[in-house]
Design a protein around this ligand. Structure first.
Ligand code: ADP
Length: 397
């Protein structure tokens, strides 16, 4: 069976067509600037790339273009739309409405649209628009919703609750939901496979460090805690997001800067994090360059990021009562030896011993970077969220 994975943003739409027999990506690409001038689709298939510069006033036109690209004479990989067995849609937030991958019915679509938008106002409406467009273009194809939050649904109440009035949690669903669940799920399962152990035998801390970063405690194959919260603003500081901050400081800052509640949250999402601390960039490559050239604030931003991430590793080792493996993944986790070294430094007391030379080597696939005699294995595992979405969708059918 071939599964089409769709990740729709407000003005973008990324896709992959995956053959589930081989789990190979047959074709992939993305539409950009949907609904604005200069829209284009960059599509790959058959080892070639084609760019379609065409107006895309809405997501429906974008999906139609994607289907055309999938059937293209040169880069096409299917003859007819009927070859697509199902579509898996990435959904950022589920609230407590969906705990697992769900087949789309009119009822499910209604819940997605009426209940979850306010939980992820930037992401869920866009994903729902992508879903609607797909349903119009492919009315006979089954659609599944795969949630970033599902892997975290196993967290116990003591981990996901905030210390607020319990009645308010019940009334408004204000609690920790987490994010990047498909990534944490994928890399923790891959780690177990690599180590030749059953997931039930392992206590793993997975560090998804990218533009958005989250850390999870995976005990016995299930998530027991995670650093992101009600929204992806929480946890460690990120590219432009503040991470955890005292709520009173937010109110104080909003007053001083004359910001509304909504503007204060936008400020915390867009103007803070390592970009705010360094004053230079949200990109860790720029921070590395800056620090090398002696920019103290770039160095400070990196030190803060590593320190905060390290603290989550320690906290989660304590929460699980042990630690067998640390996994680094995503843009920073996979590519920054400095961050990995900075995070592991000082964790020797937990049995973490990094092989500093191996850590500096770049390798494809899973890469073990702990010393041979390290009690805790440290692994770099490239994430593959699309494959998880495709697998979940196929399993549902
Ligand atoms: P997202 O999917 O959340 O947008 P990614 O997981 O693709 O983000 O991560 C993007 C980030 O990865 C970039 O902002 C950059 O900071 C970081 N990154 C990519 N390559 C490197 C590198 N070679 N060294 C350090 N950081 C890197």
């Amino acid at each position: 069976m071939k599964i089409l994975v769709i990740n729709a943003g407000s003005s973008s739409l990324k896709y992959q067509l995956i053959d589930m027999e081989t789990e190979k990506v047959l074709a992939k690409g993305g539409c950009e600037r949907i609904g604005i001038d200069g829209s284009f689709l960059k599509a790959k298939g058959n080892g070639q790339e084609k760019v379609y510069e065409q107006p895309m006033p809405n997501h429906k036109v974008a999906i139609e273009l994607v289907i055309n690209a999938l059937r293209d004479d040169v880069i096409g990989v299917i003859k007819s739309m009927d070859e697509i067995g199902a579509v898996g849609h990435r959904i950022v937030a589920s609230g407590e409405y969906f705990k697992k991958t769900t087949l789309v019915t009119p009822e499910v679509q209604k819940t997605l649209e009426e209940k979850t938008f306010e939980l992820a106002p930037l992401h869920n409406p866009a994903a729902a628009t992508g879903l609607r467009a797909c349903m119009e273009v492919m009315p006979k194809t089954p659609m599944a919703l795969v949630f970033d939050t599902s892997f975290h649904a196993t967290m116990p109440e003591k981990a996901y609750l905030y210390g607020i009035d319990y009645n308010d949690y019940k009334a408004y669903g204000v609690r920790k939901y987490g994010a990047h669940g498909t990534s944490h799920k994928f890399v923790s399962a891959e780690a177990a496979k690599y180590l030749g152990k059953k997931p039930e035998q392992l206590k793993i801390v997975t560090c998804h460090l990218g533009n958005g970063s989250s850390i999870s405690a995976v005990d016995g194959g299930v998530c027991v805690d995670t650093s992101m919260g009600f929204t992806p603003l929480a946890g460690v500081m990120m590219g432009t997001r503040s991470g955890d901050i005292d709520a009173s400081a937010v109110e104080f800052l909003a007053r001083k800067k004359n910001l509304s509640h909504a503007d204060a949250v936008t400020y915390l999402n867009k103007k803070c994090g390592v970009a705010g601390i360094s004053g230079v960039s949200s990109d860790f490559r720029d921070l590395d360059d800056g620090a090398k050239k002696g920019n103290a604030r770039c160095k400070l931003a990196l030190d803060m990021f590593n320190y905060q991430t390290k603290k989550f590793v320690g906290a989660y080792a304590a929460a699980m009562g042990g630690l067998d493996c640390i996994v680094f993944t995503a843009g920073i986790g996979e590519n920054s030896p400095n961050v990995r070294e900075g995070v592991c430094e000082g964790l020797e007391f937990l049995g973490v011993k990094l092989d500093v030379k191996e850590n500096a080597v770049r390798k494809d696939g899973i890469h073990e970077i702990s010393a041979k005699d390290s009690k805790v294995k440290v692994l770099i595992i490239p994430t593959n969220e699309e494959l998880v979405i495709a697998r979940e969708t196929a399993a549902l059918l």
